[in-house]
Write a new protein. Sequence first.
Length: 340
Amino acid sequence: MIQMNVTTNGINHRQCPWALTIENCNGVQMFRTFLIIGAILYLMLTLILLTYYIYNSIKQNEKFYKIISWTSLNYMKFWSIIYFSMRCFHCITIIFNLFGDNIIFRDTFFLISWIPGHLLVYIHIVSIFRILPSLLFNQFTETTSRMKTIWIPKGEKQITIIFWAFCIITVLSLTTTSFIAAFIRRSEGFTKKWFFAFSTHVFFQWLYCLINGFLFLYYGRILVKQTKKSIKLTDINNDKGRENFRVFIRKMKMYNFVCSAICFFTAIIVLPSTTLLMYLGLDNLIDIMFCIAVNIIFPILFGMLSYSIITSETQKNNTDEPSFTHQYSTYMQTNSFSNV
C-alpha cells in the first residue's frame, strides 16, 4: 500500500522540495546543478532583453522611464524582464540558502514569481483585441469574404474592465494562497494542512495556465488567419515581398506556438503530475522532472519567446517589408497602453 508522502509529522525524506529548500535532500548536488543552470539561463535572458530594451530606447530617442507613454510591446518586455529576474533570484536564493530564517519570504517569493508571466499573457491578448478589428474590417472589404463569429470585447471600456479584472483576480488569488501555504509551513512544517494550501495555489496556477493556453490558441490562430487573408488586399507583386510576408507569418505562428506550449505543458503535465505524485510519495523522480522543466526547459522556451518579441519589433524598421506584414508589430510599438 502506498503511503501519503505528506504526513502530520513532516515530509518523507525521499522527496526534495527543491523549490523551497534543498537542505537535507537526497541528491542535493544534482538539484543544485539544475538550479545553477536555471540561474544562468534566466540571468542571460534578463540581461539580453534588458540590454536590447535600453539600446532600442536610446536608438529611437525614447524616454523609457515615462511609463505613461509605454506601448504594449514595452510592457511585454518589462514584464518579461521582471519574470526572468525573479526566477533567477529564486534560483540564487535556493543555491546559497539565502533568507534561511525567513520561510514565509522564500516560499511566497517562489510561488508569486510566476505572476509576471500571466500578466505578460494578458497584455498580449489585449493587444490582439485592439488589432483584430482593423484586420476584420479589411476582410469585410472583400465581396467573397465569409466571416465567422469571433468574440472580442466591444470597445476600449470592455477591454479595460476585462484586463484589470483578470490582473487583480490573478494577483490576489496567487499571492493570498502562496502566503497561507508559506505561513503554515513555517508554523507546522510539511503537513497535510500545508499540502491542502499548496494544492489550492497549484489549482489557481493550473486554471490560469489553462485559460491562457486556450486564449493563445484561439486568438493567436485568428490573428494569423486574418493576417494571411489580408495579403489579398496588398500590392505585393514580387518574390521578395511575398517571402518577407511568409517569414512574418512564421514568426507569428512560432510566437503563438511557444506561448501555447508553455501554458498547456504547465497545466496538463507539470502541475497535475507534481501535485499527484507528491501526494502518492513516489520517490523524488517527480522533483527531478519538475526541476528540469522549470529551470532548463522553460528558459529555453522563454528564450524563443523573447526572440519573437525582439524580432517583431525589428519588422517596423525593415523598409523592404510590405506595408501590411508589419501592421501588427507597428501597432504594438506605436500605440500607448496607458489607457488600460
